[in-house]
Design a protein around this ligand. Structure first.
Ligand code: 5AD
Ligand code: SF4
Length: 441
């Protein structure tokens, strides 16, 4: 979601005549889009901005800004941490970032500032505006991309006891279907082949709308997107067991453009911990949904998020999580050590788990997840797959990289296929998490 929001801001700067640079020395405006889901992400952003603001630079006028979730939750206090910071914009203000930065930069350039600035402009914009579903604005991804994110909703009405998102992203709010379809069609006209729908709980999209012929608003949205000529692949992230109905399971049987991958956060395999997490369902419901989807789409790759060391998690609870990992055989999993977040119920729970135990469980579970993931990847050697060729490989620009429907990265020889096309390949080699393949004629 942050990637998408960043793209939206970048596209406004581009439209205003700016260029994008990865070189800090060249930049006149430096923005960091922040995440506050875990403490580590916040510390990283604070550390980086601290270093940037303190560096000697030939451009004293540079505008420094924080955007996103950490801005939303810490707002003005960030200026106490970093006096040189200019702008702090929250999660409902992405569409104003360009205006604020541009105005400040133009002012400073007009003043012909030569001396280092010790105290920034301290502009804080973290408010809400009315009709905020309209804040989900269309955005154009950088030209030449064949994949794009499309935001379909904002916020989250769940109250998972560990999670800061409801307080940084606000109430759940769906975007009108017509807006989403219009944006998707524009993207396809610009060469996009694959769209990833974004929302905190995508399957709750339009949940106030009626069920029509057994299909809820989210599945009807998938069906409508499926009709768009030239759109080849549809993904979404992330779903939640609450509100995950049979119509979405069935969608895997009749919507071939829907990719064979789902990122479906499990969080814990213990009912006791799920209850403490205020996730109102039993783990068996989650496991059954995974198995039902695999029945509907046998090659479905399932990845997940798991938190270890949630307050009160016993060894027995942890073993239940591990057993669930073994049962579902995830294609991959992100494992997070529980991180207490400001003003969340779990942060105030008595039985916090010590770092050593969190690390042990993290390490042990990672080994289990990796063993399963690598075995699954190895099993793909020799198979035929289709990949969407996305661009040069990051490690070797002479080669190209694409992704299978299961979202597995595949490297092919450069020149053997065109970027932005979907090509059949045979997997020849696997080095753990990367697959290598030959293009089939
Ligand atoms: N500590 C650790 N992990 C967390 N997540 C969310 N909040 C926390 C927290 N306080 C994880 C969840 C979520 C993912 C995006 O981040 O697993 O699915
Ligand atoms: Fe956070 Fe839970 Fe909402 Fe996901 S569903 S964003 S974990 S509160």
């Amino acid at each position: 979601m942050n990637e998408r929001d960043t793209e939206q801001v970048l596209s406004m700067f581009l439209a205003g005549g700016y260029d994008i640079t990865q070189d800090e020395e060249k930049a006149d405006v430096i923005l960091i889009n922040t995440c506050s889901v875990r403490e580590k992400a916040e510390l990283k952003a604070l550390g980086k901005m601290g270093l940037l603001c303190a560096r000697p630079t030939a451009k004293p006028w540079v505008v420094y800004g924080f955007m996103g979730c950490m801005s939303q939750s810490r707002s003005n206090s960030l200026f106490r941490d970093i006096a040189r910071l200019d702008i702090v914009t929250g999660t409902h203000q992405y569409h104003n970032v360009y205006k604020l930065c541009n105005r400040l930069l133009r002012n400073r350039l007009a003043q012909n500032i030569q001396e280092p600035i010790r105290k920034g402009a301290h502009i804080c914009a973290v408010g809400h505006e009315d009709g905020f579903q309209n804040e989900i604005k269309d955005h154009l991804p950088p030209a030449g991309n064949c994949t794009a994110f499309v935001s379909i909703m904002q916020g989250c009405d769940m109250r998972c006891s560990y999670c800061i998102v409801p307080s940084t992203r606000g109430e759940e709010c769906s975007r009108p279907q017509a807006d989403i379809l219009r944006e998707a069609k524009e993207l396809v006209a610009r060469g996009v082949k694959e769209i990833t729908l974004l929302g905190q709980i995508v399957n709750r999209y339009g949940r106030d709308e009626p069920i029509v012929n057994g299909r809820g608003a989210f599945v009807r949205l998938l069906e409508a997107l499926h009709e768009i000529d030239g759109l080849e692949r549809i993904r979404f992230t992330s779903p939640h067991p609450i509100g995950f109905r049979q119509d979405l399971v069935n969608a895997y049987t009749y919507l071939p453009k829907l990719c064979s991958h789902i990122h479906f956060p499990m969080q814990s395999g213990s009912d006791r911990i799920l209850k403490l997490m205020l996730r109102p369902y039993k783990n068996e419901k989650y496991l059954k949904l995974c198995e039902d989807m695999r029945e509907a789409r046998p090659d479905l790759a399932i990845t997940t998020d798991i938190i270890v060391g949630f307050p009160g998690e016993t060894h027995e609870d942890y073993l239940q999580t591990k057993a669930a990992v073994e049962r579902i055989q995830f294609d991959n999993a992100f494992i997070f050590q529980y991180s207490p977040r400001k003003d969340t119920p779990a942060a105030a729970m008595a039985e916090q788990i010590c770092l050593r135990v969190k690390e042990e469980r993290n390490h042990d579970l990672l080994e289990c997840v990796n063993r399963i993931a690598i075995a699954k990847n190895n099993a793909l050697v020799g198979t035929l797959q289709t990949i969407l060729v996305e661009g040069p490989s990051k490690n070797n620009p002479a080669r190209l990289q694409g992704r299978t429907s299961q979202n597995k990265p595949v490297i092919i020889d450069g020149g053997s296929a065109q970027v932005g096309t979907i090509v059949p390949v045979r997997i020849t080699e696997c080095t753990g998490f990367t697959l290598y393949a030959n293009v089939q004629q």
